[in-house]
Write a protein that binds this ligand. Sequence first.
Ligand SMILES: [Zn+2]
Ligand SMILES: [Zn+2]
Length: 274
Amino acid sequence: MELLFAPLFSGSSGNSIYVGTEDEAVIVDAGVSASAIISEMGRAGLSPASVKALLVTHEHTDHINGAGALARKLGVPVYATEGTWEGMSRRAGKLADSQKVRIERGSDFYIGRINVLPFPIPHDCRMPCGYTFAIGNVKVSVATDIGCIKAGWTDAVTGSDLVLLESNYDPDMLMAGPYPYELKQRILGRRGHLSNEDAGAAAVLLVNTGTRALILGHLSKENNFPELALETSRGVLAENDIRAGQDVYLSYARREGLSGVYRVSDTLGVERVI
Ligand SMILES: [Zn+2]
Ligand SMILES: [Zn+2]
């Protein structure tokens, strides 16, 4: 059993991730244009024909910008919570009723052979969720746009082989940076985003429960650097006797395009294939 995991875009300028097998997959979020997503899939050697559904985490623009267009282009249904549908219906444009699927956080479902569990996350919108994906013993998770570490989501993600984990900002850069006071408070708040230190703490928790690969994602353009995010997590892991690169694979997801294609299998573990 295996799953492919490919972050196509990650960050406040747009998010989109491919998860699945070579012939049965989903796209999580479409925060950039449909054509950009399809083009990055092409670079990754992934076929649009394999995509069976678009799963949305929440209604913020960086997650839904191209959602309606992508669903129409691929002719696939869009899965989102009731609250997210309320927040994004207008933006998504015209979709057939059969393309609008309502899901509930905490209730799992199947896309082909892939078991999908949407789980609640603390974030400042109506009804946001992260997702876990499992096939056989293989499990991967998308955990971004999260205000704080909380059992509600860490419990769901626990046991994942690979996690795309938010590492949004460096607190010093955020405070010294150009954002208005209210926005800084929103990001720092318990329904905002995870800092690099938070990501490190979550990383320790996850590695201790079996996670073998962590991809830091949703890095802020203004308030973070990839090397700083990696260094902070490496440091927190080291304080807990976990060696990044040996005990756990640690990388980051790029903002502008494909970060790589990861193959997660129950026999070979996690390997980067592209
Ligand atoms: Zn976001
Ligand atoms: Zn958000």
